[in-house]
Ligand binder design. Structure first.
Ligand code: NAP
Length: 362
């Protein structure tokens, strides 16, 4: 049977099981462009370049159509190779994919935007990305040799105190107009910072990517995004079980508490009832609320597991049980303090973290 697939921007004639599978994936529509974004994406932070090529290829074969990466993950080249191979192998086309990447902290200034967009597109072997986010609201000075942040003698990161969100955003708008980027958004920005951009923007932020999971449900920010038609993407939707080790090993930074959402008894009870895994419960909980999730895995079984989150439905009572797990600000894992000194940047976004730090000093 030949039918027209209305899911993608391009009209695609298809008869295949592949498009049928895709049709079942839930989508959200982005403001202004009406582009659609799959509510499930593959996260790739800590996915090493040596393995991420085969991971991304396998994920695409499994039906993932949305990949989340960033300059800072150092894996754009490998991801680009996987996408190119998948397309060259005749497994699918570019228009079926939704690829997100991010402007790094070292390039968080108007004069660097175009250069980095072009460099990242080259690494990804793409002529455009579907979504480009400013990764963090603060900026660091860049070592031009290594394209890493400059660090001073005390081990503190050299902050670029002149970060100007509006000027940077205007450049993103230009890149979008010239077709290098289809959609634009922010990550780790607070309400005040977003509001300021919206006030000066010709093209408003369409997506906000923030930490969001059962322990940190971001209720206020969610209301704000809903009001302004901004789609929320949840990073660390499983509570980022791999992050603690990474913070300690790479930055010698050890957060006081670290959640273990996958072992929560409430989640376990629901997993048993629906013959699902705790990860599937946690992801379903978010996509049911139209929040995009981007769980990271480089394990084939878990890639498959994380995909199967749409074929059951938690009851209202169960949803409320999970909603009650929220710990508010206490549930935050990612405060970026592993970048020593970052809290002194004028655009450091988390007022509560700063307040807590100054109380600790007293
Ligand atoms: N914008 C930002 O500032 C920002 C910050 C952090 C993350 N992100 C994005 O969000 C993505 C997701 O966040 P995240 O990677 O921190 O955390 P996450 O997706 O909540 O958790 C990933 C960890 O959980 C494990 N895992 C995956 N599926 C599992 C399952 N079904 N059962 C048990 N364990 C499972 C993974 O290990 P295996 O690989 O071994 O399966 C990995 O260690 C990132 O990869 C990145 O793309 C963005």
């Amino acid at each position: 049977m030949i039918r027209t697939c209305s899911i993608f921007r391009a009209t695609v004639s298809c008869s295949c099981q592949y498009h049928n599978t895709i049709s079942k994936m839930k989508l959200v529509k982005l403001s202004q462009t009406n582009d659609v974004m799959p509510t499930l994406g593959l996260g790739t932070w800590q996915a090493e370049p040596s393995i991420v090529k085969s991971t991304v290829y396998a994920a695409l074969e499994l039906g993932y159509r949305h990949i989340d990466t960033a300059f800072n993950y150092n894996n754009e080249e490998a991801i680009g190779s996987a996408i190119t191979k998948w397309i060259d192998d005749g497994r699918g086309t570019r228009t079926e994919l939704f690829i997100t990447t991010k402007l790094p902290h070292i390039a968080n200034r108007a004069s660097d935007v175009e250069k980095f967009v072009n460099l990242q597109l080259q690494r990804l072997q793409l002529s455009y990305v579907d979504l480009y986010l400013i990764h963090v609201p603060f900026g660091f000075n860049c070592d031009p040799e290594t394209l890493t942040p400059k660090v001073n003698q005390e081990g503190n990161y050299e902050l670029d105190m002149a970060t100007d969100h509006i000027a940077t955003w205007k450049k993103l708008e230009e890149c979008q107009k010239s077709g290098l980027i289809r959609n634009i958004g922010l990550s780790n920005f607070n309400e005040e910072q977003i509001e300021k951009i919206m006030k000066h923007a010709t093209f408003k932020p369409q997506v906000l990517q923030v930490e969001l999971h059962a322990y940190f449900q971001q209720n206020e920010l969610r209301k704000f995004c809903e009001k302004h038609n901004i789609i929320l993407t949840a990073y660390a939707p499983l509570g980022s079980p791999g992050a603690k080790n990474h913070f300690v090993t790479k930055y010698k930074y050890s957060p006081n508490t670290f959640p273990d959402l996958l072992s929560l008894p409430e989640v376990d009870t629901m997993a048993k009832k629906y013959e699902k895994t705790p990860a599937q419960i946690l992801l379903h909980f978010l996509v049911k609320q139209k929040i995009v999730v981007i769980p990271k895995s480089t394990n084939l079984d878990r890639l498959e597991e994380n995909k199967n989150i749409y074929d059951f439905e938690l009851s209202e009572e169960e949803m409320n049980t999970l909603i009650r797990l929220d710990k508010g600000e206490k549930g935050r894992i990612f405060n970026f303090l592993f970048w020593k000194g970052v809290e002194y940047h004028p655009e450091y976004p988390f007022a509560n973290v700063k307040k807590q730090l100054s109380e600790d000093d007293i």
